[in-house]
Design a protein around this ligand. Structure first.
Ligand code: SF4
Ligand code: SF4
Ligand code: SF4
Length: 249
């Protein structure tokens, strides 16, 4: 059997997650040894409609995007959502907090009614088609990306943390940034980044999405301890979690 054929596609995004793949440098040679990359607009001019694995970066923000991603899904045996724009809608979902016409006019001014500037509510890839694997983060973590690809090659299920960033942060012995008045989303955000932001003195912005079973009560207790309001937390959650409502616990 030949090497699995991989195609990489982008939708609404900054393409920073693809750049992380480009930045793999010599490790990318290992990957191209294991996979046949048949389409990747950012790095090559060839195109193909025949692939086994589709890697999809970006959010779905227009009706034609939905058709395109459905076509990609039909052709691929495996679909990987790459980065926060694809896995959770990312910062593109900020748009959903406003009336669409208002957003278009703000961005495009007098051109906003031109047909090629059509827009719709932002969706994560998984809200339109089935996603098999998610590479979380804004941008993705390169090591996690190659780990997931290796698991796919070996037929293993990747182990993605289902616990909060606080666990990694505490393990590193960081002083909690709540102590400095920052509203950190670590208690409800999926770990796996090594608590990158709190380890540098910044709050967690929630770029890896929220864990499936966030301990909302504990988060409320932290908020009360620091004399803040749940509205402060919700305001911070808008950047990567617009439209998100915890459904469990
Ligand atoms: S997840 Fe972040 S880095 Fe990746 S494409 Fe979206 S905005 Fe860019
Ligand atoms: S800084 Fe953030 S991630 Fe670290 S322990 Fe405090 S709340 Fe949790
Ligand atoms: S600490 Fe939070 S915002 Fe920073 S990389 Fe990790 S999940 Fe993303």
């Amino acid at each position: 059997m030949g090497k699995p054929r991989v195609a990489i596609f982008d939708f609404a995004c900054c393409e920073g997650c693809q750049l992380q793949i480009v930045n793999l440098e010599e490790e990318i040679l290992d990957l191209t040894g294991a996979f046949d990359v048949v389409e990747w607009r950012e790095a090559m001019s060839e195109q193909s409609d025949e692939y086994d694995i589709a890697i999809v970066e970006g959010s779905i923000t227009r009706p034609e995007d939905e058709e395109r991603v459905k076509n990609i899904r039909r052709r691929a045996k495996i679909l990987i959502a790459l980065g926060a724009c694809a896995t959770i809608g990312g910062i593109n979902k900020l748009k959903n907090n406003f009336e669409l016409g208002e957003v278009k006019e703000y961005v495009y001014g007098k051109d906003s009614e031109k047909p090629h500037l059509d827009t719709a509510k932002t969706k994560a890839v998984g809200e339109v088609v089935k996603v098999d694997y998610k590479v979380h983060g804004c941008p993705i973590d390169r090591d996690e990306f190659t780990y997931i690809l290796r698991c796919i090659l070996l037929g293993k299920e990747p182990e993605i943390p289902e616990w909060p960033v606080c666990v990694e942060c505490k393990a590193k012995g960081n002083v909690c940034v709540w102590e400095y008045g920052q509203v950190c989303l670590g208690p409800i955000t999926r770990a796996g980044c090594g608590a990158r932001c709190p380890s540098s003195g910044f709050r967690c912005y929630g770029c890896r999405g929220y864990i499936d079973n966030p301990n909302v009560e504990a988060a409320k207790e932290v908020i009360e301890k620091y004399n803040l309001d749940i509205k402060d937390l919700k305001a911070k959650m808008k950047l990567f979690g617009s439209g998100y409502e915890p459904t469990k616990k």
